[in-house]
Design a binder for this molecule. Structure first.
Ligand SMILES: [Zn+2]
Length: 279
């Protein structure tokens, strides 16, 4: 125990940023903007409500996730198209870029690769910023709605959680049996979802997504990607997820080829650490 003055002094110590990003390899957004000014659509993939769909994006190409019919949250997984063990690392992306991501942030891959898989190149919801509740859009906090947590909290078996949707989509895209596909599904980027932590209890909260038809989030693939996107059964996630109660809408993914890749850009190499771990 400490005396009140000492306790107050200890609590008053100012925070420091865990991972200052000044030395992080940064994208050349000016060169990217030149490339993204001339894009040709190669493919359009529709993600039905309460389902997921997979798509492939070559390195240096772009992809957009569109809201087309009504407010809808999407749960995004990314893998190296040639190696499923390299997958999006939501936790480290959060540690580097903060709890929510927008234009300029990068989606990093898991150890031992730890390199940018994709760079966010446009965010039509960038205006949202952080609201008075501490909420913001496109989080790397949430994990994904899943039938296991649902069973713990509510009982029953719900099969159209994002986890199950992504598992089915990955199995269909790769030919892996369902049980082999499932362990590759990972914590997501919550596209269009508006979330934060309550100030009093620190609990993860959601509120109705501000996304509307016409909004989109755009990425450039830094490496050859296999992606899967689930149209969350929570719809705009304003009330609940893991049920058929919420109004849900499709999402649309466009794959876009630039006339030329950004000047000076090359796919990033895997992390340079030698993995000797001190031995
Ligand atoms: Zn979900």
């Amino acid at each position: 125990m400490s005396d009140p003055a000492d306790a107050a002094a200890r609590r008053a110590v100012p925070p420091v940023i865990c991972y200052p990003v000044e030395t992080l390899p940064a994208p050349d957004m000016a060169a990217i903007d030149v490339a993204r000014a001339r894009l040709t659509r190669l493919e359009t993939v529709t993600v039905p409500p309460r389902e997921a769909a997979a798509f492939r994006v070559p390195a240096g190409h772009f992809f957009r996730i569109h809201c087309t019919e009504g407010p809808q949250v999407g749960d995004l997984n990314l893998w190296n198209a040639a190696d499923l063990s390299e997958r999006f690392y939501s936790g480290k992306t959060r540690a580097l870029h903060g709890s929510h991501v927008t234009r300029g942030a990068r989606l990093w891959s898991a150890f031992p690769f730890l390199r940018p898989m994709a760079t966010i190149t446009h965010d039509s919801l960038g205006w949202y910023g952080r609201d008075s509740y501490g909420g913001a859009v496109h989080d790397v906090i949430g994990t994904r709605c899943d039938p296991y947590t649902h069973r713990l909290l509510s009982g029953g078996s719900y099969h159209h959680c994002c986890h199950s949707n992504l598992t089915r989509a990955l199995a269909a895209a790769t030919g892996l049996p369902l049980a082999e596909a499932e362990p590759h599904v990972h914590d997501v980027l919550n596209v269009f979802m508006c979330t934060g932590f309550t100030r009093d209890t620190g609990q993860y909260f959601m509120k109705a997504s501000p996304v509307r038809p016409g909004d989109y989030l755009e990425f450039m693939a830094e490496i050859d990607l296999l992606g899967a996107l689930s149209a969350c059964p929570g719809g705009d996630c304003g009330a609940e997820h893991s049920s058929d109660a919420a109004r849900c809408h499709p999402l649309v993914v466009e794959i876009l080829r630039p006339e030329a890749p950004p000047a000076g850009w090359a796919p990033p190499a895997p992390n340079g650490y030698d993995r000797s771990h001190g031995l």
